[in-house]
Design a protein around this ligand. Structure first.
Ligand code: UDP
Length: 317
């Protein structure tokens, strides 16, 4: 397949690009490098620096690509609450223009990085695709809006599309791993705190969960790439499908810290801090639908194995 990966200089996008190349696909990466790293683009991919909103500016031939794998987005929950206009412009307007470009260039398939954040305070566990969305932050709202824009594009113009609702992604794959600046995610922040001898703040200890800290469902980044590949192979035209992607196991923030202790043999210095704005108390996925409909089976469901892959990646960088 000839695949255009947007955001392929970022964490998940670069893993997707590496994985597709390994499967024999031809990969072009489109990234504006506002938050990605040029050296994260895997060897073997064609790189184009540019905006998702300007597809026809960079590519002129129709049918040049079989699919777009759309991973480019701003994705920091707290920033989305304090600077919402950035998220509405970049994520939503950017995606609507990307759809315009795809229509013009006659690209028939789309896989989109949606998120568990669309469910917010779901009031149901595990969360299925039928769980009513209720985003608690602007990031989740923008992703839900993009899901809806893609659904209507598929209905009206024949696009084949899948929104993969990622729960908490971690791990690394063949030299591609998590490098955010600033880093805001729990596992890489805690690993960094060990290396740098700093304190890791745990946001909130009074949530309605057994140990008072938030609960999340972690998934290895390579299993996302596997899901995207299966979706591309099996999707039908004029159809938009939503799939949740997680392992179905919830880990509290303190349990994650314990797992990090087991993997690294070092004890992160934990300090409790007030709740972070926009955080949902618990997000655990049911991935029954993608298992049944696409035959997806996670290859690395073990949290400690995910942490070990990221730890090894970070030690190399
Ligand atoms: N978290 C934390 N300290 C940090 C980073 C994150 O306590 O330095 C918590 C965060 O408040 C949430 C959980 O870890 O309860 C997962 O947050 P993360 O940013 O990793 O992913 P999210 O679920 O927001 O996508």
């Amino acid at each position: 397949m000839k695949i255009l990966v947007t955001g392929g200089a970022g964490y998940i996008g670069s893993v997707m690009a590496r994985y597709f190349l390994d499967q024999g696909d031809t990969v072009t990466v489109l990234d504006n490098l506002s938050r990605g790293y040029l050296d994260a683009v895997p060897q073997g991919a064609i790189f184009v620096q540019g905006e998702i909103s300007d597809l026809p500016k960079y590519f002129t031939e129709t049918n040049q690509f079989d699919a777009v794998v759309h991973m480019a987005a701003h994705s920091r929950v707290e920033e989305s609450v304090s600077n919402p206009e950035l998220y509405w412009h970049n994520n939503v307007i950017g995606t609507i223009k990307l759809l315009d470009g795809m229509r013009k260039l006659e690209i028939p398939k789309l896989v989109f990085a949606s998120t568990a954040a669309v469910y917010g305070r779901a009031g149901q566990s595990p969360i299925t695709e039928d769980t009513p969305p209720n985003p608690l932050n602007t990031y989740g709202m923008t992703k839900l809006t993009m899901d809806m824009a893609i659904a209507s594009e598929a209905q009206a113009h024949g696009l084949s599309a899948a929104s993969l609702r990622f729960f908490n992604v971690t791990g690394a794959y063949r030299g591609a791993g998590e490098r955010h600046n600033p880093e805001t995610h729990l596992i890489p922040t805690a690993l960094k705190s060990i290396v740098e001898g700093r304190v890791i703040k745990i946001f909130g200890s009074d949530y309605p969960t057994p140990d008072g800290t938030c609960i999340r469902d972690y998934i290895h980044v390579v299993d996302l790439a596997l899901a995207a590949k299966l979706a591309l192979e099996k999707m039908k035209s004029s159809n938009h499908n939503i799939f949740n992607l997680g392992n179905g196991d919830g880990f509290s923030n303190l349990e994650v810290i314990d797992a990090i202790k087991n993997v690294t043999g070092k004890t992160p210095k934990v300090e409790f801090a007030p709740r972070r704005q926009g955080d949902a108390p618990s997000l655990v996925a049911s991935s029954k639908k993608i298992r049944q409909e696409l035959g997806w089976v996670p290859t690395k469901p073990d949290l400690e194995e995910m942490i070990l892959d990221l730890w090894n990646f970070e030690n190399r960088h």
